[in-house]
Design a protein around this ligand. Structure first.
Ligand SMILES: Cc1cn([C@H]2C[C@H](O)[C@@H](COP(=O)(O)OP(=O)(O)OP(=O)(O)O)O2)c(=O)[nH]c1=O
Length: 222
């Protein structure tokens, strides 16, 4: 009894006392961006999220038969995350996939001028949807996914406008053959939904996912 009453009131158990002298080391909260897209990296910077490393996935992005564009975006984001997670342990890991869809048809990334021409003719004067699937894996290995959707309406494009856009080269490697963050903005009459989602990462959803799973954002990061 005598020993105990001589201890400071806050001393608690032996383990707690040790921790006061040697607090447990806190794990650094590393974030891996599993994407080769420079747009995704700069979108994250816009909300003060700075990945510790970029490690892109290399997966087959072919749609399954009858797969809906929204489901495709979600599946590919998950597969990218799972592929890269095998190389990293105890980290946050973020991946995404952007799909441009006309009705049930998903347009891939334009790789040739012919692709870009065909896509822009299809998008001319009509409304289409852009879906970005996002997957976050936590240090404990839990995976969460979301899909954001934005409707985009192009003005009717004549052949000379399509040719001029193609000569800019901005379509290359972009889903649907255009980049809203560049010259295509002059051809887009309206969007309904998140702008960053069209560029490749829905920032509102991403911020909520990170916060929800305990990744410190902004001031919390210190
Ligand atoms: C519609 C649209 C797409 N894009 C881009 C975003 C994506 O980079 C790309 C869609 O391809 P994704 O397969 O989503 O991404 P990626 O191959 O560039 O990178 P990774 O798979 O490594 O994550 O299209 C724009 O930059 N602007 C746009 O307006």
């Amino acid at each position: 009894m005598g020993d105990r009453t001589n201890l400071p009131r806050s001393a608690g158990t032996a383990a707690e006392r040790d921790n006061e002298i040697n607090p447990p080391l806190r794990q650094p909260l590393s974030l891996i961006l599993a994407s080769a897209s420079p747009r995704r990296l700069s979108l994250l910077k816009q909300i003060d999220v700075f990945p510790d490393a970029v490690d892109p996935a290399d997966i087959d992005e072919t749609a399954n038969v009858q797969e809906r564009p929204r489901d495709l975006a979600q599946r590919l984001a998950k597969e990218k995350a799972e592929a890269v997670a095998r190389r990293h342990k105890n980290v946050f890991l973020l991946s995404a996939d952007t799909v441009v869809a006309v009705g049930r048809r998903a347009l891939g990334k334009a790789e040739t001028e012919d692709d870009a021409y065909a896509y822009l003719k299809l998008l001319s004067g009509r409304r289409h949807h852009v879906y970005t699937g996002v997957t976050l894996i936590t240090p404990a290995g839990e995976a969460v996914s979301r899909v954001a959707s934005t409707a985009v309406i192009f003005k009717p494009l004549d052949i000379s406008e399509i040719r001029a856009y193609i000569s800019s080269g901005e379509w290359h490697g972009k889903a649907g053959g255009y980049a809203i963050q560049g010259r295509a903005a002059a051809l887009i009459r309206q969007i309904q939904g998140s702008y960053s989602n069209v560029v490749g990462l829905p920032l509102f959803e991403v911020a909520n996912m990170l916060k929800g799973k305990g990744y410190p954002l902004g001031a919390e990061r210190g």
